[in-house]
Design a protein around this ligand. Structure first.
Ligand SMILES: NC(=O)C1=CN([C@@H]2O[C@H](COP(=O)(O)OP(=O)(O)OC[C@H]3O[C@@H](n4cnc5c(N)ncnc54)[C@H](O)[C@@H]3O)[C@@H](O)[C@H]2O)C=CC1
Ligand SMILES: CC(C)CC(=O)C(=O)O
Ligand SMILES: [Mg+2]
Length: 357
């Protein structure tokens, strides 16, 4: 029995809707296992800009630092997406949170629940058994380098930068994880063109002999985008830079059936942040149809990684599995065969998961 303090940071759009469900799952787990989870909430993103003018107020950051773990939703608002001139933006809050908390490793498990074989647009025989763990570097690359305009605003630039140290620490995490899985590591870069990628490959090649039990391959990012769809089962652990990891994992979400299925853990030097890989999804915000399973599975990662509560985490994953086996679906993972009465909204899906906890 443990006492833990969890910060709930729903953010914007469907972040609000799905994080509320993730919190209910944590509550139920605490009650079932006799743990005491205390909670607080903090602002980030558009809601924080509206309230304070700042996408990540100091107060939110302080609360994050003092918590044992953070359950985060998403940031983003249509108002900014189509206004390239906006200087203060919700996404700045997210990037600052990652940088300030030293969250350099973003683990994105691509796990296909068997019941969802039909939900993907990829053929079931190609998909069955796919199980990939992405390590996306999260505090470097083009997202954090100097950016700006010159020539009276007619030319824009973003600088991508990686140090040897930054590459090595994420690569080591990926090697360690591969050791506990199928012992295969694919390092993804664009070393045929990009200098940061050449450093990336050099570092991975240099430390690889320290992990002789792990089979390493290097792939270019463009080929990887193709191979993920052609033969997803060829991958075990994948390690890559921030931008490539962002794009490839949205693509890989189709292996799991939907963006609404993919959870992630952002970890590093300080408090771990657990977050769906999806954004604030303006197109479905407020409709009550968002899939809460990514937030629920993020809560499962939180229990496992930040609290060392393996049994609790496994129970959450098994509850999701049972709900899918019982035939319940949110709209994004329903297919032609799903009866209308099995297609649930966000809260109803959450309620079904709670029944199995
Ligand atoms: N981690 C974060 O906070 C992220 C924030 N964003 C922000 O989110 C906003 C929207 O960006 P988009 O490119 O539309 O990406 P998105 O991930 O929000 O949505 C992409 C598509 O997936 C669907 N989708 C996403 N999550 C879902 C769920 N749980 N259940 C059912 N369907 C789901 C959406 O309806 C949409 O059609 C932007 O402002 C963007 O900057 C985008 C990605 C990540
Ligand atoms: C604002 C973006 C960096 C968020 C995103 O797309 C992600 O983290 O996956
Ligand atoms: Mg993304």
């Amino acid at each position: 029995m443990a006492t833990k303090h969890i910060l709930i940071v729903p953010g914007d759009g469907i972040g609000q809707e799905v994080t509320a469900v993730g919190k209910k799952v944590l509550d139920k787990i605490a009650a079932k296992f006799g743990h005491t989870f205390t909670y607080d909430e903090a602002l980030i993103g558009h809601v924080a800009i509206e309230a304070t003018g700042n996408p990540l107020p100091d107060e939110s950051l302080e609360k994050m630092r003092k918590s044992d773990a953070v359950l985060f939703g998403a940031v983003g608002h249509p108002k900014y997406d189509n206004d390239p001139s906006a200087k203060v933006r919700p996404e700045q809050g997210l990037l600052k949170m990652r940088k300030e908390l030293g969250l350099y490793a973003n683990l994105r498990p691509i796990k296909l629940f068997d019941e969802l074989l039909g939900a993907s647009s990829i053929k079931p025989e190609i998909l069955k058994g796919a199980d990939i763990l992405f390590f996306r570097e999260l505090t470097g690359d083009i997202y954090f380098g100097e950016k700006g305009r010159k020539n009276d605003g007619d030319t824009a630039y973003d600088i991508a930068e990686y140090s040897r140290y930054e590459v090595e620490r994420i690569a080591r995490k990926a090697f360690e994880a591969a050791r506990t899985r199928r012992k295969k590591l694919c390092s993804v870069d664009k070393a045929n063109v990009i200098e940061t990628s050449r450093l990336w490959r050099e570092v991975v090649q240099k430390i690889a002999p320290e992990y002789p039990d792990v089979e390493v391959e290097h792939q270019f990012v463009d080929a990887t985008a193709m191979l993920l769809i052609k033969d997803p089962r060829r991958f075990d652990v994948v390690v890559t830079a921030n931008l490539f990891g962002d794009i490839l994992t949205d693509e890989a979400s189709q292996i799991a059936g939907s963006m609404g299925m993919l959870a992630s853990a952002s970890v590093g030097d300080g408090t771990g942040v657990y977050e769906p890989i999806h954004g604030s999804a303006h197109d479905i915000t407020g409709k009550g149809v968002a899939n809460p399973l990514a937030s629920i599975l993020s809560a499962a990662l939180l229990l496992d990684i930040s609290f060392g509560m393996k049994a609790e985490s496994e129970l959450v994953i098994s509850a999701v599995d049972q709900v899918l086996k019982a035939g319940f679906r949110t709209r994004d993972i329903a297919d032609q065969q799903t009866p209308a009465d099995k297609i649930l909204g966000t809260d109803a899906m959450g309620a079904e998961v709670l029944k199995f906890l």
